[in-house]
Design a protein around this ligand. Sequence first.
Ligand code: ZN
Length: 248
Amino acid sequence: MNRADGCGKILILEVGYDDGDEIVAVHPVIIEDGAERVLVDCGYPGGLPELERAAESAGAPICGLTSVIVTHHDFDHCGALGEIRQKYSRVRVMASELDAPYIDGSRKSLRLEQADARASMLTPEERIGEEAFRRTVESVRPVGVDVLLHDGDTFPWCGGTEIIATPGHMPGHISVLLRRHRTLITGDALVAIKGRLRLANPHYAIDLGMARESVKKLAAYDIETFICYHGGPIETRLSDGVNRHFFR
Ligand SMILES: [Zn+2]
């Protein structure tokens, strides 16, 4: 589902990643309007070539990027940021003020803090998987953030692009609303599974209660399409019965 009308284009990319067991797909999004080409989330460490191929075939090559918005500092969302910055040095990096210290490396990743907290509870077998997870998280290169984003910040792209703070999965998590298109780029505030919206794996939520509150907050916005990084685009409304489980 790629959209183009009088006010810009929304291009949903599909980037594959080998997680050891299977190839999983994630969905970075390019917002294009006039001279602006803005990528929302950028995939895994080492994933730049795949991202470049996906963007090229969508007709929006990475060499023309002006900015990258990072929804939060998980390795599958910002892993390729260091490679992008190295190869395309004029690209601006934008992230929430709360997440920036983790992206630029001035604070330890909350995923590593979370891993530290559960380390003593792991079986020897689980520890092997955990070590691989840690290595992946630690392989993400720190990158300076050029533009600090806040709840309600609005850009003119695509008829009005608004940053919505959606904390919970991580405290600095943001989602991106394309108002005119009634479309939300969810990051990990919501995922699509079998045609339904869900919370991202609760196991990884830094504050699950806050993640639920963020979904309730999103219900106040006029949104018809959710572009989920995990699961792709889904047309639904948070008020639809199929999504009632969020509001029990
Ligand atoms: Zn995440």
